[in-house]
Design a protein around this ligand. Structure first.
Ligand code: 5AD
Length: 423
C-alpha cells in the first residue's frame, strides 16, 4: 500500500475529484486543498488529497516507485489507514505510534512498505555510507549496558595516536571515497580538548569530508572548539527518554545530573550549529513501548538530522549480561515509524541490528525506511577490542561501498546542500 502515489486529476465535482494513478482511477476528497483543477498532480491518502505537486516531481516519484509492490489497502484496519493518513499531514501522537508498534502480519508489512515509500519520496534511492573510526575504547563512564564501561577490567584497552587517526581518515576519504566520517571513542579525557581540535583540523586540512564527533560527555567549551575547528555533526545518544530508566542504567552519572546534563548538552550542541544524531537503545531491560514512542517524539523535538538507535545486545562482564537482547522486528518498526515521523532524516541501519541479524538486517532495514549504513574502518588490530557488545558486526560490502560512495561532483553537492547549515 502506498498512500503517497501521485495521481492526475481528470474530473472535478465540488469537493470531489477523480484521480488517475498507476493503480487505477479513484475518487478523493479535495476539500483540504484550494484551487485544484483538472490536469493537476496531487498526492493523496486513501480518501483525501493532501498536496499539489509539480508535473516534473510527480513523474519523478512515479518513476522511483515503478515496480514497487504495495500491500493491498483492503487488508488493513480503518484505524491503521487513518494513522498513515495522519502521518502525512500532522505529527503522530504517542498513542498512534504505539498502535504502529503493535502491528502484525499485513499491517506490519504495510507499515514497512509505507516507510519505504516515504523514504523514496523524500530521499530517493541513495544509500549514504558513514565510515566509523573507533579511536579509543577507554571510558570513564560506567553505563550498565556497555562493554567499554570503566569497571569492565576484562577487555584490553587501546588508544590510537593523533597521526594514526588522521591517517585512517585520510585513507577513508582520499583512497576509498567516504565523505562522512564518525570519530568515536569512550569518554576518554586522555585526549585533551586541544588534541581533539587538532585531529579535526588535520583531517579537514587534507580530506574533503564531513565529520561527526562521537566522544560522549565533554564540556560545552570543548564542543564549541571542535565546531570551530570544522566538526559538522555530533553523534550523541540520549539512550532513553525515560529519566528514571536512564538513572537506573547510569546510577553514578545521575549523581552529576546525568540525564538532564545529556539533554542540556544536546540542546547546546544544536545551538552551536551541529548536525545532531541521537536516539535510544531499543529493548533495554525495563523499557516499555510507551518509552520508545517517547524516544521517537524526543528525536523529533531535538530536531535530529540523523536517527541513531539500535537494539540492546547484552554484553559479558556488564550488569546486564544476562538480560535478553532487543527485538529485531521491533527495531525495524522503530526505523519505519521514525521515517514516518521524521521523513527527511538520515536513518542508518546500525551495527547492533546487523549483529543480531547479520544475514538480513541491512536489506530489511533499508526496505523499512532506513537510508544509510555505518561501515567500520577501525584498523583490524583494534577492531575486536572495541567491544561495546559481543560479536559486533564489522561487515563492509565492496559492491555497496562502490555504489554508495557515489564519487564525483554531483554527490558532493548533494551533501553540501544537506549540510550547508553545518559547515
Ligand atoms: N547494546 C546496544 N547498544 C549499545 N551501546 C552501548 N552498549 C550497547 C549495548 N550493549 C550504544 C550506546 C552508545 C553507543 C556508542 O553504543 O547507545 O551511545
Amino acid at each position: 500500500m502506498c498512500l503517497t502515489i501521485p495521481g492526475k486529476v481528470i474530473k472535478i465535482k465540488q469537493k470531489n475529484a477523480l484521480l488517475k494513478t498507476p493503480n487505477g482511477v479513484r475518487q478523493i476528497n479535495i476539500g483540504l486543498l484550494s484551487r485544484v483543477k483538472v490536469g493537476d498532480w496531487l498526492l493523496a491518502t486513501t480518501d483525501f488529497a493532501v498536496k499539489k505537486i509539480k508535473t516534473k516531481d510527480a513523474e519523478e516519484i512515479l518513476e522511483l516507485l515503478a515496480g514497487q509492490k504495495f500491500t493491498e489497502t483492503k487488508n488493513v484496519s480503518p484505524k491503521f489507514k487513518q494513522i498513515l493518513q495522519n502521518a502525512q499531514i500532522k505529527n503522530l501522537t504517542k498513542e498512534e505510534i504505539i498502535y504502529l508498534f503493535r502491528t502484525e502480519g499485513q499491517e506490519k508489512e504495510a507499515l514497512f512498505s509505507e516507510a519505504d515509500a516515504v523514504r523514496k519520496e523524500n530521499l530517493k534511492d541513495f544509500i549514504c555510507l558513514h565510515a566509523i573510526i573507533e579511536f579509543s575504547n577507554y571510558c570513564t563512564n560506567n553505563c550498565f549496558y556497555c562493554g567499554l564501561r570503566r569497571d569492565n577490567k576484562t577487555i584490553a584497552r587501546y588508544r590510537m595516536s593523533v597521526p594514526e587517526i588522521v591517517k585512517v581518515a585520510d585513507e577513508a576519504v582520499n583512497t576509498i571515497g567516504y565523505k562522512m566520517l564518525v570519530l568515536q571513542s569512550g569518554v576518554d579525557k586522555w585526549y585533551t580538548d586541544e588534541m581533539l581540535v587538532d585531529i579535526v583540523k588535520r583531517i579537514k586540512a587534507r580530506s574533503r569530508c564531513f565529520i561527526f564527533m562521537s566522544v560522549g560527555e565533554r564540556s560545552i567549551d570543548c564542543y564549541k572548539k571542535m565546531k570551530e575547528a570544522g566538526a559538522n555533526g555530533v553523534l550523541f545518544r540520549f539512550e532513553t527518554s525515560n529519566q528514571k530508566l536512564y538513572e537506573k542504567l547510569h546510577p553514578e552519572d545521575s549523581l552529576k545530573g546525568g540525564f538532564k546534563n545529556r539533554l542540556h548538552l544536546l540542546q547546546e550542541m544544536k545551538k552551536m550549529g551541529y548536525y545532531i544524531s541521537s536516539g535510544p537503545i531499543i529493548g533495554l531491560p525495563g523499557q516499555t513501548a510507551e518509552d520508545l514512542a517517547d524516544d521517537i517524539l524526543m528525536m523529533k523535538k531535538l530536531g535530529v538530522g540523523m536517527v541513531s538507535m539500535g537494539p540492546f545486545v547484552p554484553c559479558d562482564n556488564t550488569p546486564l549480561a544476562l538480560e535478553p537482547h532487543g527485538d529485531v522486528e521491533f527495531s525495524l518498526k522503530m526505523i519505519a515509524v521514525s521515517r514516518l515521523v521524521i521523513p527527511k532524516a538520515r536513518i542508518p541501519v546500525t551495527t547492533a541490528l546487523e549483529t543480531l541479524d547479520p544475514q538480513n538486517a541491512r536489506k530489511r532495514g533499508l526496505q523499512s525506511g532506513a537510508n544509510s549504513l555505518m561501515f567500520n574502518l577501525t584498523p583490524a588490530k583494534y577492531r575486536n577490542k572495541y567491544k561495546i557488545y559481543p560479536n559486533k558486526f564489522h561487515g563492509r560490502d565492496k559492491d555497496l561501498e562502490d555504489f554508495a560512495l557515489y564519487k564525483g561532483k554531483e554527490s558532493w553537492e548533494m551533501l553540501t546542500r544537506e549540510f550547508k547549515k553545518y559547515i
